[in-house]
Design a protein. Structure first.
Lengths: 153, 726
């Protein structure tokens, strides 16, 4: 079946079964490979994209349910919080293997968009669904605080 | 199982510094006889000397990393070593993975293989990569000297710029071509530590920018023209085989191209990933479990416990431990249990393979390239040099990608052979495939008795270990299994750091049909826990402070002592812990690096505990990149902590009970303590940091729990102990 999607500001059409997770439509059909597959059951956050700005697990979002929602992936992430997060991530050398980091960055930017000065508790609440098996959490926490500073500056 | 015998890896040929022939890709490649300035081309650089550095006309310095980078920072580390001796500027540095060639890219610590593991990347490459950089610099200087008509000794190289006091200056790129005509220095001079500009400083990782943009290419991201995607249904019990299968429903799934049987199981080949996963769900398979492992983990533990009561094969005997125990003033005993553990790297396994009948090309996060080549060549019936491994960034490993039988790549080769068409195939593993797929950290049971004399001196230690051998039956057996003792089962006990006059160790190696593998820090993951909690119990029995007690037993071990002192000082050991906080300590050497960790926990009235802070001190010799060392300590101890808190793989009638991150619940950010890492200054040769941060954390936390509650947790994960509500 053909589905018309709005991905990173462009109209894109994918021809897949309706139950295809958005994750695989993005990766296999649209070649947007920045969004990663980690668990397939919405338990790790590697596949995080935005639907109308809301962080969403693309592995558990069927293509037929996307409808008119605007899809944003790491490949086109922009805006002040996102840029601050990416800058802080580079400054503190957060990523190790990097595989989960697209999802981490999407989640962190969404947090800062809602809450410009998150506490450690706020960070735990917002980021607990994003697994990093290299356990870069210590730096993720520091980098979110640093990004908040960069946004203020 | 195939035994790996290195063969046909490459033939020696002349050393040389040859220049690329052609156009914009022309560049300087040290030691290669190639005509292309690309990493891809290096695969035919036979018998060359240090084919590690390419300098392009635009002055980009490409370092060929012989090691896989799966997050540990090896690629940046190797580039640092080259930049140091080349006096390059950091912004001209670039790194690519070297092609598979065991002759050129042998691991100098444990070759004849090309491979990454045992925290050896920087340790084995330290002089090799510095020499490669130094040789390139000498040749650039010689070329500039000739062009300018000045003595080479008057030329300076700084931050990627070649200059002379006359005012002449140039870039690396300008002289790369001319440098090729210069003789290769036999022994290029290396800097002394006081001249270091890079080593000991923390230059940013070269891969980080891309990793913040979703840019780096993992094997899952590799796309080839006309590529199909496959999943494989494997036996739910280890050692099971396919009796019969019905693919009718699977073939009805839109996008499924074919279903074929291969030795590994039933492969569903599809146009893309989702139909490959969905098609597999629709298979009906009858399995033959007649040769499968069908025991449950509870039953295995019962059998292990029974063996722990019987004499085993002696791996260490000093003095007379039994006699000393008999006359000890106090005896401390402990029974310890450790579960199977999955590595669960963030990126599930994936391999892309293209086979044209003569040559195979493989894209994967290859950690043992030479073994991957060997297994592929045997499976496909082609010569080993005709297997091209394109190593790509790997999404974690923790040991899981360094596989003695290369079964992941091997399955891909089986499928390529069965498929029989010149069509690229990508084999994708789901998270369930990974968690249920075996190659675990083995289960272990330890039984220990130790004795104190009336003055509180440890006079005896009797230690039995029961568990599977990781290495028996693998290509690494000859190297690491001696007289029936797998070193990886006893490391950390057989070489216990503490000065104990009567020491006796025995091992029972059991046969279980569950494939096992090294897991971040290997044997130290259980031995350090046992030794470091026993020592704490002995300190308590002797009425001594845990740090002072250790120091008393480490007088001949200055590097353990140095790490322990530094951690104790930084953690404020000796002063009261903050209100409601309790501390525990552990110190352990693994892979020749010495790590002390002090965990600070809080407890609540309902019996919950939280690890609030870990102070870590590490002595890993010369600290090449201190910030990366800190990152590896944070990650290594976090990885150990998460598993100690709640992870186990269990079997029921041979089937794995866990499936995904819902049942193998990973460490999350809310579990993460604050970590402070301190590095012991050292001029010793650098050693590894990928693994050594892991072993001390679980015993340090168990010791803190003991300090808080007086209850000793000896079973892993911690949820298995009394007082944890399980």
């Amino acid at each position: 079946m053909r589905f018309d999607l709005t991905v990173n500001g462009s109209k894109r059409t994918v021809d897949v079964d309706p139950d295809t997770p958005l994750l695989w439509a993005l990766r296999d059909e649209l070649n947007l490979t920045g969004t990663k597959f980690g668990c397939g059951i919405a338990a790790c956050g590697s596949c995080t994209v935005y639907l109308d700005g809301e962080p969403t697990r693309s592995c558990q979002t069927m293509v037929e349910d996307v409808g008119e929602a605007k899809v944003t992936t790491i490949d086109a992430l922009s805006g002040k919080p996102a840029e601050a997060v990416q800058a802080a991530w580079r400054e503190l050398d957060v990523p190790q293997c990097g595989y989960c980091q697209s999802g981490q960055i999407m989640a962190a930017a969404a947090l800062l968009n809602e809450n410009a000065k998150p506490s450690d508790e706020d960070i735990n609440d917002a980021m607990d669904g994003n697994v990093c098996r290299c356990v870069s959490y210590h730096r993720i926490r520091k980098a979110i605080h640093r990004a908040a500073e960069l946004m203020e500056a | 199982m195939n035994f790996f015998v290195p063969q046909n890896v490459s033939k020696p040929s002349r050393r040389g510094f040859l220049i690329a022939a052609g156009g914009t890709t022309a560049g300087l490649m040290i030691g290669s006889n190639l005509s292309l300035g690309t990493a891809e081309a290096a695969k035919t650089a036979e018998g060359a000397f240090n084919p590690f550095v390419i300098i392009a006309p635009d002055s980009t310095v490409t370092v060929l990393s012989k090691h896989l980078d799966k997050g540990q920072g090896a690629a940046t580390g190797l580039a640092t070593l080259v930049a140091e001796e080349l006096d390059a500027s950091w912004d001209q540095m670039h790194v690519e993975f070297a092609p598979a060639n065991a002759k050129l890219y042998n691991n100098l610590q444990w070759g004849p293989y090309q491979g990454t593991g045992g925290s050896s990347a920087i340790a084995n490459s330290y002089t090799q990569y510095r020499s490669a950089g130094a040789a390139a610099k000498e040749m650039l200087v010689a070329a500039a000297a000739k062009a300018w008509g000045v003595p080479a000794g008057e030329i300076k190289v700084e931050m990627g710029k070649i200059s002379h006091s006359s005012g002449k200056s140039g870039t690396f790129g300008e002289f790369a071509a001319a440098a090729s005509a210069m003789p290769v220095p036999e022994k290029p001079a290396l800097k002394s530590p006081d001249q270091f500009a890079y080593i000991g400083k923390s230059f940013p990782r070269l891969d980080v920018k891309g990793k913040t943009e979703g840019a780096p290419i993992f094997a899952l991201d590799v796309k080839r023209e006309n590529m199909l995607v496959a999943t494989i249904a494997r036996s739910p019990k280890f050692g099971g085989t396919v009796k019969s299968f019905d693919a009718t429903e699977a073939k009805k799934v839109n996008g499924v191209v074919d279903v074929i049987q291969i030795p590994a199981g039933i492969a569903v080949v599809a146009k893309s990933t989702w139909p490959a996963l969905k098609g597999r769900e629709a298979l009906t398979i009858e399995w033959d479990f007649s040769k499968a492992e069908t025991r449950s983990s509870d039953q295995l533990f019962e059998e292990y416990r029974e063996l722990a009561g019987k004499p085993g094969k002696v791996f260490r005997s000093t003095g007379d431990a039994e006699a000393a125990l008999a006359k000890a003033d106090k005896v401390v005993e402990g029974d310890f249990e450790f579960p199977f553990l999955a590595h669960a790297p963030m990126e599930p396994h994936d391999v892309v393979i293209e086979f044209d009948g003569k040559t195979a090309d493989i894209w994967t996060g290859s950690q043992l390239q030479t073994v991957d080549q060997y297994v592929t060549s045997k499976t496909l019936g082609i010569e080993l040099p005709n297997v091209n491994i394109h190593t790509v960034w790997a999404g974690g490993s923790f040991g899981r990608r360094a596989i003695y039988d290369s079964h992941i790549v091997g399955e891909a080769a089986q499928l390529a052979k069965a498929w029989g068409k010149k069509q690229p195939l990508k084999i994708v593993w789901s998270r369930e495939d990974d968690i249920k797929g075996g190659y675990y950290r083995p289960m272990y049971v330890h039984r220990v008795k130790a004795g104190l004399d009336a003055d509180g001196n440890v006079i005896a230690w009797h230690h039995r270990i029961v568990g599977q051998s990781i290495l028996t039956g693998t290509p690494f057996e000859a190297l690491l299994v001696k007289d029936g003792i797998d070193h990886s089962s006893v490391e950390g006990v057989t070489n216990i750091a503490y000065d104990i006059p009567n020491m006796h160790g025995e091992l029972h190696t059991v046969k279980v049909g569950v494939p096992v593998l090294w897991w971040r820090a290997v044997g130290h993951t259980h031995t350090a826990f046992v030794v470091e909690t026993m020592i704490d119990d002995l300190a308590k029995a002797a009425g001594k402070d845990p740090v002072e007690f250790r120091m008393g037993l480490l007088k001949k071990k200055p590097r353990h002592m140095g790490a322990l002192k530094l951690a104790a000082e930084k953690a404020g050991w000796g002063s009261d812990a903050p209100e409601g906080r309790f501390r525990g300590v552990a110190v352990h050497e693994s892979f020749s690096s010495y790590v002390a960790e002090i965990a600070e926990i809080s407890t609540s009235e309902d019996g919950e505990y939280k690890v609030e802070r870990v102070v870590c001190a590490v002595d890993c010799g010369v600290a090449v990149n201190p910030d990366n060392i800190a990152a590896q300590m944070e990650g290594g101890l976090g990885y150990g902590l998460g598993h100690a808190m709640r992870n186990e793989i269990t079997l029921t009638d041979g089937e794995v009970d866990q499936a995904n991150f819902d049942t193998y619940e990973p460490m999350r950010i809310s579990d993460m303590p604050n970590v402070e890492t301190y590095i012991v200054p050292s001029t010793e040769a650098p050693t590894g940091v990928g693994e050594p941060g892991t072993p001390p954390v679980a015993p340090a936390v168990s010791n803190a729990i003991f300090a808080a509650t007086g209850t000793r947790w000896r079973r892993l994960p911690f949820t298995k102990n009394e007082g944890t509500g399980s």
